[in-house]
Design a binder for this molecule. Structure first.
Ligand code: GMT
Length: 376
């Protein structure tokens, strides 16, 4: 199949899922066209089946806001005609499903039918899309999509609760390429670079937005390091980072916390990690938790949104109510207390992650694309 994928090219989970999906589809022989405003961070263009088309939005002084949706829908029309693309898959409803619908209408005018699949990722529904300024356009574009998928049952339920949706929503969970780490790097994990002998290594990875509850991450770690020797690795960047650095100073733990900024070497970082913290306010899925589990790292998370569909209580880690820092720290210590317990949780984390192996999830998208193509 010839498939156009529209996504955000950033470190966010929706862009990562879209990119990894496209790359695996390309490996399976499909022709993939990424269409977005810059090259997706996880995309290395070294395959004949993978194309990247940049959406340019020229600055014009009259525009207070540059019309990205317009440029995107025009680019879609041009690329669909040029490459004879058969299907459009948009990740993140805003504004991609809206721009996709406009492209469909323009193409229809020229006698071309382009089926569109929209994948809902989380904040496009629970935080941004739900805002009254966007809601009518988001509802419209979800209802106009030929097929709609959501990354968890919890997100499907939220979508139905928050919007007047007439379309069926199919749950297709996010996925992970198991063994990527061992396959790619071949290098042993060098824990000694990050921590002393006997220290546990704890990691948090996110976009450092309010929804991730960064101060909770720091406070959970503060409680842990009072009981056992430990280091915290904070990976990512965003609006809450500076505040987090200050909080570490206030708590007197700045020498035990390392801030890395954004990284393309997540697997190498996770390879050194004993425990992953994700105490988010809400999380439609929690791809970062799954990435950790795929590297045999157990997870302490909140129980909000779709997290309980990924992190299994008492098996791959523990889940607590949002903000229950004490319980999260206690549970972390239960996992970290001795090597046997930690190793058991590590093993379990990997075997839960295997349920989300890309090999199991990808055929679900392929059969949806086939259904969408057959619709016209
Ligand atoms: O806030 C983020 O983590 C970024 C956001 C995004 O749009 O990329 O992530 C959302 O989509 C991911 C991929 O499907 C999910 O794993 C995240 O849980 C979801 N984030 C939220 O719901 C807050």
């Amino acid at each position: 199949m010839k498939i156009a994928i529209v996504c955000y090219p950033t470190f966010g989970g929706s862009g990562v899922v879209a990119t990894e999906l496209g790359l695996e589809l390309a490996r399976r022989g499909h022709e993939i066209h990424f269409i977005t405003y810059s090259q997706p961070v996880r995309l290395a263009l070294l395959s004949p089946n993978v194309h990247y088309h940049e959406v340019n939005v020229p600055e014009y002084p009259l525009f207070h806001y540059q019309p990205y949706e317009l440029a995107l829908s025009s680019k879609l029309v041009d690329m669909v005609k040029l490459y004879k693309i058969e299907i459009l898959h948009v990740h993140y409803a805003i504004p991609h499903a809206y721009a996709g619908y406009m492209a469909q209408q323009m193409l229809k005018d020229e006698g071309i039918n382009l089926p569109m699949v929209t994948t809902l990722h989380g904040t496009d529904i629970t935080l941004v899309g739900n805002h009254p300024f966007y809601k009518p356009a988001v509802t419209f574009s979800i209802n106009k999509s030929d097929f709609v998928t959501s990354v968890s049952q919890s997100l499907k339920d939220d979508t139905i609760k928050l919007f007047n949706i007439k379309n069926e929503i199919e749950v297709i969970p996010n996925f992970i390429e198991i063994n990527k780490n061992t396959k790619d790097s071949g290098e042993p994990c060098q824990r000694s670079v990050m921590a002393k002998e006997g220290e546990r290594i704890i990691t948090h990875i996110s976009n450092f937005r309010k929804v991730k509850r960064i101060p909770d991450v720091i406070k959970i770690f503060y409680n842990i390091q009072k009981e056992i020797p430990a280091k915290l690795m904070m990976v990512g960047d965003g609006p809450e980072k500076e505040k987090a650095e200050k909080l570490c100073e206030e708590l007197g733990i700045e020498d035990k916390v390392i801030f890395f900024g954004n990284s393309n070497e997540i697997d190498k970082i996770l390879c050194l990690t004993d425990l992953f913290l994700l105490p988010s306010e809400t999380e439609s899925f929690g791809l970062a938790a799954l990435e950790a589990m795929a590297c045999s790292v157990p997870v302490i998370s909140s129980n909000s949104g779709g997290l309980s569909e990924v992190n299994f209580e008492g098996i791959s880690g523990y889940l607590s109510d949002v903000g229950n820092i004490e319980e999260m720290a206690q549970n972390a210590l239960r996992i970290l207390k001795d090597d046997d317990t930690l190793n058991k949780f590590k093993e379990n984390a990997l075997s839960v992650a295997k349920q989300f192996d890309i090999k199991n999830i990808l055929p679900l998208y392929e059969s949806l694309y086939q259904k969408a193509i057959n619709k016209y």
